[in-house]
Design a protein around this ligand. Sequence first.
Ligand code: ADP
Ligand code: ASP
Ligand code: MG
Length: 452
Amino acid sequence: MVVQKFGGTSVADPDAVRRLIGIARAARARDGCGPVLVVSAMSQVTDALLTSAAEAGASRSESALAHVEPLRERHLAMARALVSDADLGALTSHIEQQFEQLAAIVKALAVLREVSFRTLDVVAAMGELLSSRIIAAALVHAGLPGEWVDARRAIVTNDDHTRACPLMRETTATLRASVLPVVEAGRVPVLGGFVGATVEGHTTTLGRGGSDYSAAIVGAGIDAAEIQIWTDVDGMLTADPRVIPQSRLVPRLSFAEAAELSYFGAKVLHPSTIHPAVERDIPVRILNSRKPDGEGTLITAEPAPGDDQLTAMAAKRDLTVIDITSSRMLMAYGFLRRVFEVFERFRTAVDVVTTSEVSVSVTVDDRRHLEAIVDALSEFAEVSVEPAMALLCAVGDRLRNEPAIAARVLRVLEEVPLRMISQAASRRNITVILRQADLPHAMHRLHEEFFA
Ligand code: ADP
Ligand code: ASP
Ligand code: MG
């Protein structure tokens, strides 16, 4: 049995959901059971919900409500297009009820002028909770035995709201109690992705793009044969197609390569997706929901090596470089500990680190606590901050054994001013930090050299 996850554009409108149903039907015919479906909110819904909450927090309640009103209409229209009269009444009154509740929350936030991460999660989760209900009903209408499963009862997380992590032991138990019986009864479970709840039952979300992660968690929890990520591109491509239109499909990837690519910015997979799959050695396949017959990208532990020297590249924008300099650092042990304690205290992840005798440079993409971090570091070092930086990362298992490839990467980039260069112990990637303005040119150069 397979877990199939459909992203925002793959559930964006009634036609997209009809394609989803066709794909699920084919999997069921092939496997004789399942599939388990994990669905995103319809495209742009999460953005609108978060904007609405932000507007409410700034006390602009009319603007906040104006952002949710079109969502109500869109969900109702979707229900009407996909669900038969017999079931429509119950579904539309559920949708109306949810939007009434949302309006009440938004108004309360506007009065309080404050949005906690916990409330933000309640609002953000609505997109997936609604889409999954509608799609479960749409399956039934199309003759497939869909059954909605509440993701808040299936995925148990810690309380790090807006970027919660699953508690795998608890989650495996809840998944076996909530999803498996539905499959065993011959039905098709439909869960909203991105959403979970704490042990106490407070709604959480897994971070933007987190529905991929939900699918992998579900796949690992029920020991699925495969985790399929259905999206709007043919699979993992050699580069972000929005920057490099001529990027091409990477048919096979190792888990390690996929983890590096998603961590360093290939948006097609949420960075945590691979971990649950690795743990249970479950293949992950990325597929295009508009081209169900495409081969997609198959991600496994040890795929046969391809012909290309590099496998793909990834990039991240809006990074900040922080330079931390101390003349006293010379030979001083404990300095790095002090530096990283600051990042730990403010729960800010560092992506790339380079050091010299007297300085450490790090990159961060979460700027929420930047000012406080700089203040804390300034207590024992000189600190300078450079915004609008980008990271470009070339990934490939062959980098490990063929040192000439890294040299070739740097040679291609010789006219681009590089701020930091890093290759970590895995030696599966070579990463450079450069000015954001130079990124498109650098990506084109690299792509032409390795993938043209
Ligand atoms: P979904 O809504 O299905 O989760 P996302 O928008 O999160 O889809 O991810 C798919 C998008 O990721 C693609 O439309 C593409 O623009 C972007 N992307 C960035 N880098 C890559 C890459 N290397 N390969 C494929 N897609 C990529
Ligand atoms: N809807 C969520 C988001 O937009 C999660 C997802 O689609 O993966 O971030
Ligand atoms: Mg996504």
